[in-house]
Design a protein around this ligand. Sequence first.
Ligand SMILES: O=c1ccn([C@@H]2O[C@H](COP(=O)(O)OP(=O)(O)O[C@H]3O[C@H](CO)[C@H](O)[C@H](O)[C@H]3O)[C@@H](O)[C@H]2O)c(=O)[nH]1
Length: 341
Amino acid sequence: MSRTKILVTGGAGYIGSHAVVELYEAGFQPIIVDNFSNSQESALRGVEEILGVRVPLHRIDCNDAEALRAVFAEEGSLRGVIHFAASKAVGESLQKPLEYYQNNVGSLLTLLQVMREFGVEALVFSSSCTVYGIPDALPVTEQTPTKKANSPYGATKQMCEDILRDVAAAPGNTLRTILLRYFNPIGAHASAKIGELPLGVPQNLIPYVTQTAAGIREQLTVYGDTYDTPDGTNIRDYVHVVDLAKAHVVAVQRLLDKQGETVETFNVGTGRGNSVLEVVHAFERATGQKLNYKIGPARAGDVPAIYADVTKSVEVLGFQTTTTLEESLASAWKWQQTLGK
Ligand SMILES: O=c1ccn([C@@H]2O[C@H](COP(=O)(O)OP(=O)(O)O[C@H]3O[C@H](CO)[C@H](O)[C@H](O)[C@H]3O)[C@@H](O)[C@H]2O)c(=O)[nH]1
């Protein structure tokens, strides 16, 4: 029996590569589109080693409508798209707003246009808990009002969500969309053949932690300990990347089964909040490594605390994470060790 083809934009990236593995293992045929602007070919070798097969790759930019059309035409019979391809660095987006709007919003518009031309009617979109801004109450549900984004990156995620809701509401619309609002993805595949590949100095907590433990970085700076949280450091919901990848498989299946509304939103997190210091100590417990860290000043723009209410994703989507924080951190460390110095 032939596999159902799903286009995965950004399929060589951190979350995308893990999703490609989970899709294939669930019986789908992922087709990767990537421009390698923030990803590396080595991720695809890792995917190949895990699966024992080559996954088709198209090296194109999602802003290039003609190139995208050629992919849809060549592949034929695509049933759905998972759109990971986007720029994701909050700080960088403040420096390069135009690039972020073009890359994130522009590429979605182009993709939607081409999907319509080819009659592809299922889309999973990578959104982010950043759309909630600084929430008034915790945990956040999908009904929690969104707040004005404090970076162009966050604004692009809100705009893309709005675009997809408007498309769904238009008369005659046939597109079905699931918006997955990711909390903080961490960790790596159990095989340690794929994982996060930050370029340069990591901006995110976990790669900074693992690089510090590996001796690549001198010391982790914990950004502030005077927040209104139990230990004064920021609280986040750290979700294992393989769990997160699996949420996409469930979402794609739901779209193909035509269940639910034409556009649906789900939080993808563990439902647990952990402080930065809890992460540091969980890492030490999980790996036996002592972490060199200091408390530094708060980072501008950080949300004091956010974690997911996962009731809807459990009850409606039928999705639940299974990996503990310690397991996630151990997988991140195992992956870091394969990278060397
Ligand atoms: O060296 C560091 C790095 C991070 N942190 C703290 O660790 C927590 C997590 O920080 P990350 O940078 O890993 O992630 P954010 O919570 O800032 O998330 C942001 O980046 C994510 C991916 O890059 C998502 O896109 C998300 O939407 C966006 O808000 C924060 O409290 C941050 O202050 C430190 O203390 N030291």
